[in-house]
Ligand binder design. Structure first.
Ligand SMILES: [Zn+2]
Length: 662
């Protein structure tokens, strides 16, 4: 019996340790090397091409199915994208200033797909698909192609797919297409059969409904043949500038374009997860190489006849000026080129370039910052859009704030009124550089349409909630993290996150682990409340009175979400004190953030306790004001009771029982 028990115990021990070993997540990612040769007919708007994809299965799994995206099949009447947009159009959000009904659908999409004619629709069609030379069975699921390989793809192996495909470029509806509102002929994004990402959560064959992307890291070698009168810009380094000309060849190079009506453009893009290009016969091309470590050449490509030519030239100047600040705060830009290209609608980010409808600097900075938050830190945007849109929005705010202050003399040289308005707006609204994001988040809370940030980007009940969550609440996440950890620590977190996770696929837990390690704080509660729930923050000053000659303050947590509290006390003699109450769950304290006045760290506030009492050395009569979080980085949904001045709560007092006159 004894021996038997040992044997059984041994089995249990093995089961325990083996399970523990396999449960450990060791990071891996797939790789895809693309080699494409395509030809675009500018008269029929059709493209034909060949595509080789060498696919490396670095996962520990045997793959019995492979999926590809065929995005352009979304631009057909009755597609999932069409139906989804029209369904959202039935939701009325309210009225605009003109009194018109505001519907929840994307105003660029509306019901436009339903009305596309046969020569206006888009399609991606795979004529043949081979794996290692053998033809494979394929199944179409609208925007997703399923491959049923005759042999499974084994862990650690690589296979080569050879595709022949043909496409029709859709009339521009959303992001990609032809003949956009500004008359740009071709905005070529999401245009080729693109292998879906497979990660530790499995395949991501996300149908194209509206939202953004997730892709496999790899190299792209792309040759594009088209009418020689078209100038092409896009992802990757042009390999044959001496044949293309159009401002790509070094000054003094003799351009020898081939005879015939077509010109071949050969691009190579290392270590990216997508490939975009744009083409137009009336593009103008500006470029400048900057003196960063990568010696990046910045390109600006816009329509010659546009009324905003001067503003497009300003884009290049602004990008050159902003890059040192961006690299210092968010990490080096490692690629040798980046292109700001007029195209698409609004703005949309791609590796080494963006398609922007106009030269607004806010959009320029936003899309460029996506080179960090999505193009290098390739989060799954369908699952975690806030890590992409929110982080880019946050960074856009910081870059804009810097740029308009540092270059005000030049930017507003002939526009003193514009200077006053722009800088006034930036300097008055708190938190500095992030006020718009907070406004957006508060509007979401007020709307009653909030959903947790864990919601899949395509599956929000409303576009509105998606937008405010992904962009605004996602940006507030980072600004508010600075309130919790201290702004400098938050900046170090972002830099460490960049160093550890660039060219990979970080998820929320990966970011939070970096944040915890760098800050030395427990931050799981922040992720739990802010990301996983719609619970809100609301603190208030409930009571201020004298006891034995000392001011006694009672604070109350009114909202469900607990937070640490900065409480600034201003005295009538002009001096100030920052009283800091850490949250118990943090198991740590924020370092002092500025050198002004005394700072007093109090005992942590336990979230189970709705109220917190603190006592000051002076009496109430010595105090001129008390304020919770004067930086306004804590997203307090009821700031009306955050400040007491002259014994009266400023704003909306919600606790009239408090005796505040003393
Ligand atoms: Zn964005």
């Amino acid at each position: 019996m004894q021996r038997f028990r040992c044997f059984v115990a041994g089995i249990f021990l093995c089961m325990f340790f083996c399970a523990a070993a396999t449960a450990q997540r060791t990071y891996w990612q797939q790789k895809a090397e693309y080699k494409m040769a395509v030809k675009l007919d500018v008269h029929t708007n059709r493209l034909t091409g060949t595509e080789q994809v060498t696919y490396y299965n670095n996962s520990p799994d045997t793959l019995h199915r492979i999926f590809f995206h065929l995005y352009w099949n979304a631009f057909q009447p009755g597609s999932m994208m069409d139906v989804r947009s029209r369904e959202l159009g039935k939701i009325v959000l309210g009225l605009n200033e003109k009194g018109d009904t505001v519907r929840d659908w994307d105003s660029r999409v509306r019901d436009r797909i339903l009305h596309l004619k046969p020569d206006e629709i888009g399609y991606d069609s795979v004529v043949t698909l081979k794996m290692d030379g053998r033809r494979q069975e394929i199944r179409y699921h609208e925007t997703i192609l399923e491959v049923l390989p005759d042999r499974p793809v084994l862990p650690g192996s690589s296979v080569r797919f050879d595709l022949i495909f043909k496409c029709q470029v859709p009339v521009q509806i959303r992001r990609s297409g032809r003949d956009n509102a500004a008359g740009v002929r071709y905005s070529m994004s999401q245009w080729y059969p693109k292998i879906c990402e497979y990660d530790y959560r499995g395949w991501h064959p996300t149908p194209y409904i509206a939202r953004e992307f997730y892709g496999v890291w790899g190299d792209y070698d792309v040759t594009i043949d088209l009418d020689k009168h078209y100038l092409v810009g896009g992802t990757g380094y042009l390999q044959n500038p001496q044949q293309t000309g159009y401002g790509y060849a070094a000054a003094g190079t003799k351009v020898s374009s081939p005879r015939g009506g077509l010109l071949s453009w050969h691009f190579y893009a290392p270590n990216v997860h997508d490939f975009m290009w744009a083409a137009d016969p009336r593009y103008r091309h500006l470029s400048q190489t900057v003196n960063n470590a990568a010696q990046t050449t910045l390109h600006v490509i816009y329509k010659k006849d546009t009324a905003s030519a001067a503003a497009w030239q300003e884009v290049l100047k602004a990008a050159v000026r902003a890059l040192p600040f961006i690299e210092k705060h968010f990490g080096p830009y490692p690629y040798k080129q980046y292109s700001f290209i007029q195209g698409g609608d609004g703005g949309m980010e791609y590796p080494m370039g963006t398609l922007i409808a106009g030269p607004s600097l806010g959009t320029v900075f936003h899309e460029w910052m996506h080179s960090w938050y999505q193009m290098m830190l390739g989060t799954n945007e369908s699952m975690y859009p806030w890590m992409d849109e929110g982080f880019a929005t946050y960074a856009e705010g910081k870059v804009s704030y810097y740029y308009y202050h540092a270059y005000a003399d030049s930017v507003f040289k002939d526009d003193p009124k514009g200077r006053e308005i722009t800088l006034g707006k930036l300097d008055k609204a708190l938190p500095l550089g992030a006020a718009d994001a907070y406004r957006g988040y508060f509007s979401l809370v007020e709307s009653g349409l909030a959903e947790p940030m864990t919601t899949h980007a395509d599956h929000y009940e409303t576009n509105f909630a998606y937008g405010q969550n992904a962009y605004s609440k996602g940006a507030v996440f980072l600004e508010q993290l600075g309130y919790i950890t201290g702004a400098q620590v938050r900046d170090s977190i972002l830099m460490q996150y960049y160093r550890k996770w660039r060219f990979k696929h970080p998820d929320p837990n990966d970011f939070m682990r970096v944040a915890e390690k760098v800050s030395g704080m427990q931050l799981d509660w922040y992720q739990e409340y802010w990301i996983n729930t719609t619970k809100t923050i609301d603190y208030g000053i409930e009571d201020l009175k004298n006891e034995d000659g000392h001011a006694q303050i009672t604070l109350r947590r009114i909202g469900e979400m607990p937070m640490p509290v900065d409480l600034l006390v201003r005295y009538k003699d002009g001096h100030t004190e920052m009283h800091y109450i850490p949250l118990y769950e943090m198991f740590g304290t924020k370092p002092r953030e500025d050198s002004a006045g005394r700072r007093i760290v109090h005992k942590p506030w336990r979230w189970t306790n709705p109220v917190y009492h603190l006592s000051l050395p002076d009496s109430v009569s010595a105090i001129s004001s008390i304020e919770i979080d004067p930086s306004q980085r804590m997203a307090d949904t009821g700031r009306g009771d955050n400040r007491v001045s002259g014994g009266i709560i400023i704003g909306r007092a919600r606790h009239p029982k408090a005796d505040l006159v003393n």
